[in-house]
Design a protein around this ligand. Structure first.
Ligand SMILES: Cc1cc2nc3c(=O)[nH]c(=O)nc-3n(C[C@H](O)[C@H](O)[C@H](O)COP(=O)(O)OP(=O)(O)OC[C@H]3O[C@@H](n4cnc5c(N)ncnc54)[C@H](O)[C@@H]3O)c2cc1C
Length: 406
């Protein structure tokens, strides 16, 4: 499998969803943990790169799945999709955790410059030269395909942290640089969970028998850490409310700005909104680096180009792509179309959210207001991510009902 398996097009995303939905019931529940190798991925959906950039919404995915299955039969798949939502809500209410990840990662990167032993060990791990069976294969697979099965992500993160004893933030950074679905919430909190920081006292220890069983006996690494003690860390901060949704001034024409955190956000605009122009930014703000790693950046740019064609067709107004969240280009577009409001889908905590905040500050003196709009899915679910997933998942039936899915 190469990254070409993930065709960067909205129709390809829908085709994958259509093909997978009949298998999202009991078959998925029974088979999803098996990682039989890059060529055998029928047991999982492979939808994450599309959902991550919202070429598909969670609502759309579950609506399709519920056409084929009862909520009971699809319970496991529904829960997995809500894991994404839960992680997003959890981080949205604790943005400090993202900032401390960035700070800690920068500290560890600084160590690489003057600790040749650590630098060599990290390079060996990233290049798949550790000699640890399975681990080296997953490192190659990640770099070559931009994707890893969930179980492989767990094994990899555990071996990185407890067997190789490398800083977890550098492993998380390696994932962010290569995954097509690289996501601030799912990735950071997934690594924290493995390391025993997210659920205090609980780590994930990769076990050779478990790896052999769920990798279809492709790998049985020896020499894995027999113990996995939680890494020292401050307890997670208490949640703060995720902010309130904003609305567009009624009757005001807008420029619609789409970006890599939500490429289909035109659906967010209330029906009577007059869209004078559309801009689609493939990257982030130059002052807030990392959207995205090189493979994802290229992939998102192609997906954005495809999204542009769709929205142009739907809206029939001047539509252009932008390389970045560029205040001067947006100001010019607003001047040309005589609009003073830019509507944009909200970006959850992460570099695009920082970039949009920066953009809003740059545009404000010109009299242009940037209004981020929150999806109903997020607005309903995020406030419930106050504690663990166990508590959150009891809200799922209510959330499905509130979203018109039950
Ligand atoms: C250390 C680690 C790092 C991770 N980093 C990322 C990341 O950067 N981006 C990312 O999208 N996911 C991440 N995940 C979560 C998960 O591994 C992927 O979402 C999943 O493997 C994607 O493959 P799929 O679409 O075939 O999944 P499926 O099994 O088909 O699941 C369906 C959907 O449910 C959601 N989902 C499934 N499992 C999880 C999970 N554990 N957490 C959150 N959402 C989930 C995804 O949207 C996925 O597309 C990480 C997990 C771990 C353990």
């Amino acid at each position: 499998m190469t990254s070409s398996r993930f065709t960067p097009a909205l129709n390809a995303a829908r085709a994958r969803l259509d093909a997978f939905a009949p298998r999202a019931g009991r078959h998925y529940a029974a088979e999803r943990n098996r990682d039989s190798g890059p060529e055998c991925r029928d047991n999982v959906s492979l939808l994450s790169p599309y959902i991550r950039h919202r070429a598909l919404t969670e609502h759309e995915v579950l609506a399709k799945v519920l056409q084929h299955h009862t909520p009971e039969a699809a319970e496991k798949f529904i829960q997995e999709v809500f894991w994404r939502t839960y992680w997003k809500g959890w981080l949205q209410m604790r943005p400090r955790v993202w900032r401390s990840f960035l700070d800690e990662c920068a500290n560890q990167k600084a160590r690489l410059a003057h600790e040749p032993g650590l630098r060599a060990a990290v390079m060996a791990a990233e290049q798949g030269r550790t000699g640890v069976e399975g681990f080296d294969d997953w490192a190659h697979e990640l770099v070559q395909t931009g994707y890893l099965h969930n179980h492989a992500r767990m094994w990899f993160a555990s071996i990185w942290t407890f067997t190789l004893q490398l800083p977890w933030t550098l492993g998380a950074d390696f994932f962010l640089r290569h995954l097509l679905d690289a996501d601030p919430a799912s990735n950071t909190l997934g690594w924290r969970w493995v390391a025993g920081i997210q659920t205090p006292g609980k780590t994930y220890r990769a076990d050779p028998d478990n790896i052999a069983r769920f990798s279809d006996h492709r790998f049985r690494p020896s020499r894995l850490a027999r113990e996995a003690h939680p890494l020292p860390a401050a307890p997670p901060p208490d949640p703060t409310p995720p902010g309130t949704a904003r609305h567009l001034p009624p009757g005001e024409p807008v420029l619609l700005l789409l970006h890599g955190d939500d490429l289909c956000g035109d659906a967010l605009l209330p029906a009577p909104t007059r869209v004078a122009a559309v801009r689609i930014a493939a990257g982030g703000h130059t002052q807030h680096p990392w959207p995205f790693g090189n493979p994802a950046a290229e992939w998102v740019a192609r997906l954005a180009a495809d999204a542009k064609a769709h929205v142009e067709n739907a809206r029939q107004c001047p539509t252009e792509g932008l390389a970045a969240l560029d205040a001067a280009a947006l100001q010019q577009a607003c001047a040309e179309t005589d609009v003073h409001v830019i509507a944009t889908p909200e970006a959850p905590v992460g570099p695009l959210a920082d970039g949009l905040e920066q953009l809003a500050r740059e545009l404000a003196p010109t009299g242009i207001e940037l209004i981020p709009l929150r999806r109903r899915w997020d607005a309903l679910a995020w406030p419930h991510a106050t504690h663990g997933f166990f508590r959150f998942k009891h809200q799922i039936p209510e959330l499905l009902t509130a979203n018109g899915l039950l």
